[in-house]
Design a protein around this ligand. Sequence first.
Ligand SMILES: [Zn+2]
Length: 260
Amino acid sequence: MVTIVENDIVPALLETISKEFDEKTYSSLKLKKALTLLKNKQATYLDVNEFAVEIGEILASVLDANITVSILPDGKMYFNIADRILNSTMAKNHELISNFAVDVQTNLNHAAGLKLKGQKPELNQDRIDGLVNRLSSGESFDDIKWLLDEPLINFSQSIADDAIKRNVDFHFESGLQPKITRRLSGHACDWCKSLAGTYDYPANVPEDLYRRHERCRCTVEYNPKDSRGVQNSHSKKWRAQKQQEKTEQRKLMNIKSRQA
Ligand SMILES: [Zn+2]
């Protein structure tokens, strides 16, 4: 006789979460609006940011409705539950948001007269792992439940930012002079105020340009139409330096792989 090991709640839970997430994203007016703008080639990174926040809010609300103390074994969020649920759902957020960003970027490139495709940012696995670890840290679920709210929205916004990062770097390498703008939204704490502005990449970009405190809805924007300035000696120097760093890194990796 086959013994049935303890009831694994994850497969059924993931199915419900996925179904509700799909229904809510399908009927979201904000997402519909963003997709229409994309279709009409009018979407910008402000729309990518809104798209990201909406996806993040939908995921947070679906998890909030479906993950409760009463369905968790011993009322606890064990590592193997958090790990499977967050990897699956956060990776899906990454796919949806980064694919949207790539299409927006490609349109922006074409509108700026650049025959370049939008580049897709990599999944930030460290952020998922970090959240999984905090969730399964052994505290009572009620104390850590907030981790399934704002941090998921913050993560989703960071995907839009990672798309900018990736494409700005790509454009810089291609000989353009990208400018990135960070704008305040709603509230305005001193830290956010100090970061707002337009910056030449990479020379003047502040270290915290892409960072956000909780519930910060400041936006980061990039439009390559502002990137076609004349190259100056400063940007040439930066490019040369970056190239040098890459070569050094490759050498180092060769040495490491030979040692292995
Ligand atoms: Zn802010």
